[in-house]
Design a protein around this ligand. Structure first.
Ligand SMILES: [Zn+2]
Length: 330
């Protein structure tokens, strides 16, 4: 009789060459044990296998799994990923930030999005002309918008990629992470962070540091992907139908875009509140609802978007949209 694999009967980690600081993945006979990075619980269930790029053969020494915390429902990679700083830097080379074949229509859409976000921050803001920090600022376009709205812009990124159209003399840019930057306590009126928290090794320490440098009544605006989006559920279903049941669609640590943390409404709210912040707004958005303007008719990307279109619309009704947006204060 064929053996039935339960969620816990996975093979154990074979090699642990470089245990990561702060997390000690230990393995017993029948299950993986690593504390949840958000709530610290040891109770989790195995969801599937992450996608791993062949560029990093040493990674295959590790038997990685995606697990979900039973308490706060955060998704994470177990055991913890354990690359050197040089290896992470290599992963985040220029190609990650390049806007591949972006159309003028998409550019104007992104511009409108940025303007709306700054307006939203201003709506909640209690300060005029305050300091505005963009964590993971990339090309710095958001900082240009913040500057136009009267903020003093500060940019932070692990690589220098400020666009030539950005007035770099008016931006205080630091290359490094938030801990290297060591900003002054209670300094920022607004902190903006789009698509960063899903990449970092220790999201809770990062949120705590943001709390420290934020002024009382300052505003934080963040965006992370929604791991429980309908698109993700659809991909899981397709994998199941293709008899690749253990594959997981979204968290993929070494295949672009290098996500190692997976949030949903519950875990994001837990992370924000547990670091002392007060949630002002937690909402969902996204979906390429006008994809025919973004891609060449019947191109591969166009056909993919066409197939996913009904599920994008349905995700609005089911509250399972692609991105989570949170606004919170101190
Ligand atoms: Zn948890």
């Amino acid at each position: 009789m064929a053996s039935t694999r339960t969620a816990l009967s996975v093979s154990c980690v074979k090699v642990l060459p470089r245990p990561a600081a702060g997390y000690a993945p230990t393995v017993c006979d029948r299950r993986l044990i690593m504390r949840c990075k958000i709530c610290g619980s040891q109770e989790s269930k195995i969801i599937g296998k992450p996608r791993i790029d062949d560029k990093f053969p040493q990674i295959h020494l590790m038997d990685y799994h995606i697990v979900q915390c039973n308490k706060c429902s955060f998704y994470y990679i177990n055991p913890n990923i354990n690359l050197t700083q040089e290896e992470w830097t290599e992963l985040y080379s220029d190609s990650y930030f390049a806007n591949h074949n972006i159309t003028d229509w998409q550019k104007s859409l992104h511009q409108k999005e940025r303007e709306d976000r700054i307006k939203l921050i201003l709506k909640y803001s209690n300060f005029e002309n305050g300091s505005f920090l963009d964590i993971g600022c990339g090309e710095g376009i958001v900082l240009s918008e913040a500057l136009k709205s009267g903020f003093k812009p500060y940019g932070l990124d692990i690589a220098y990629n400020l666009h030539q159209s950005v007035d770099q003399t008016k931006i205080q840019f630091i290359k490094g992470n938030i801990f290297d930057a060591n900003y002054q306590e209670n300094h920022f009126s607004a902190i903006y962070m789009d698509s960063v928290l899903e990449h970092v090794d220790d999201p809770i320490s990062m949120l705590k540091e943001m709390y420290r440098i934020l002024k009382p009544n300052g505003i934080v605006f963040i965006i992370v992907p929604n791991e429980d989006s309908l698109i993700n559920d659809t991909k899981k279903l397709l994998y199941t139908l293709m008899l690749k049941k253990s594959k997981y669609g979204r968290i993929k640590p070494f295949v672009p875009p290098y996500h190692i943390n997976g949030f949903n409404n519950k875990s994001l709210e837990f992370a924000i509140k547990s670091t002392g912040h007060k949630v002002l707004e937690l909402s969902q958005f996204a979906g390429n609802y006008q994809f025919w303007k973004a891609y060449k008719t019947f191109s591969k990307a166009y056909i993919k978007e066409l197939i996913l279109y009904p599920s994008g619309l349905l995700s609005i009704l089911l509250r399972k949209q692609y991105q989570l947006q949170a606004i919170f204060t101190k």
